[in-house]
Design a protein around this ligand. Structure first.
Ligand SMILES: C[C@H]1CC[C@H](NC(=O)Cn2ccnc2)CC1
Length: 334
């Protein structure tokens, strides 16, 4: 089996939203597919009403195929400080023409303010590894893990785009969606993430710099978060760019010229790595609050996290294969 679903960017490509249907008859929700976590949770009929502002909720009592997972609860918090928690139902979940008959659907009883304020997202679908699923007492499998054995190929692909809809495909690699070759590198899923190491980077037309970047491919993070020395190297090439503590990162004039940023994939012994080039204009993330002339950079420091995060800013410059069958990740230009 294989399937394909369109995914649509929010403002400034802050997140990408994909429609899933849950239950019988189907209840359609718009969710954020997040390779940086492993819980499928949704706003629900059980969510504290003051914490629901415009989201569509899943109501298991209206689904003939819903069954509560007795005694199961979950609580999750994300790197950006947001959080949610609740109880668990098993129900049919369909996405892109593929269905899991008994998917653990984590129903929120409470969500933090960030989720309440985001009227576009009705929940998250974690496509990380089940080892970090937060359901207790028994961890639950992700949608992809439940699908995997039945897929033609044990893969899903992310084809996110700048300011326009892209696609998540499951079970196949669409050879018409990218240019050149896909370069695959091993992943380290020990921490439950799609962890991988880039051999280095280049700023604009500059030389390749051999500096290993250990990170995760995370569709649930908006920006590209890298070691502070690389980030400083990039913004040295942006006229007037500076680090502003009260903005929480590097800012620059919204009309400034921005160099491309390229990161390496793979490292043929002695040869040069394949490069994924992020166009400079993608690095202009958005005007900072209250200004129309000062803009916030899409490349920022990973200082307080310890690993780098190849978020949407990096992913939307590539066609990315999350290969669960061979525990590897593949990157191609497009
Ligand atoms: C410091 C970084 C900040 C951004 C963090 N990303 C997330 O929290 C992604 N996410 C998932 C659900 N809601 C948000 C990763 C750490």
């Amino acid at each position: 089996a294989h399937g394909s679903a369109e995914t649509t960017p929010g403002p400034h490509d802050v997140e990408y939203l994909t429609t899933i249907s849950i239950g019988t008859p189907p209840q359609n929700l718009s969710i954020n597919i997040d390779t940086g976590s492993s819980d499928l949770w949704v706003f629900s009929a059980e969510t504290t009403s003051s914490e629901v502002k415009g989201q569509t909720v899943y109501d298991p009592s209206l689904s003939s195929t819903a069954a509560q997972l007795q005694g199961a609860t979950w609580q999750i918090s994300y790197g950006d400080g947001s959080s949610s928690g609740g109880d668990v139902y098993l129900d049919r979940v369909a996405l892109g023409g593929l269905t899991v008959a008994a998917q653990a659907v984590e129903c929120a009883r409470n969500v933090s303010g960030e989720f309440t304020a985001d009227g576009s997202s009705d929940g998250l679908m974690g496509l990380g590894f089940g080892v970090i699923n937060m359901v207790k007492p028994v961890r639950q499998k992700t949608f992809f893990e439940n699908l995997q054995a039945g897929l033609d190929e044990a893969v899903f692909t992310a084809d996110l785009k700048h300011g326009m809809p892209g696609r998540y495909n499951f079970g196949y690699v669409d050879s018409s969606a990218y240019t050149g070759d896909i370069t695959y590198v091993p992943i380290n899923s020990t921490d439950g993430y799609w962890g991988w190491t880039s051999p280095g980077y280049a700023v604009g037309s500059g030389a390749f710099k051999d500096e290993a970047i250990v990170g995760i491919a995370d569709t649930g993070t908006t920006l590209l978060l890298l070691p502070s020395d690389i980030v400083a190297d990039y913004y040295r090439q942006v006229d007037g760019a500076k680090y502003e503590r009260n903005q929480g990162g590097y800012v620059f004039g919204c009309d400034v010229a921005l160099p491309d940023f390229a990161f390496g994939v793979g490292h043929t012994a002695g040869g040069s790595p394949a490069m994924i080039k992020i166009p400079g204009k993608y690095v202009n993330y958005a005007p900072v609050g209250g200004s129309s002339t000062k803009c916030y950079g899409g490349i920022q420091s990973n200082d307080f996290i310890g690993a780098s995060i190849f978020g949407d800013l990096a992913l939307k410059a590539a066609f990315v294969v999350f290969d669960g069958g061979n525990m590897r990740i593949g990157w191609a230009s497009k």
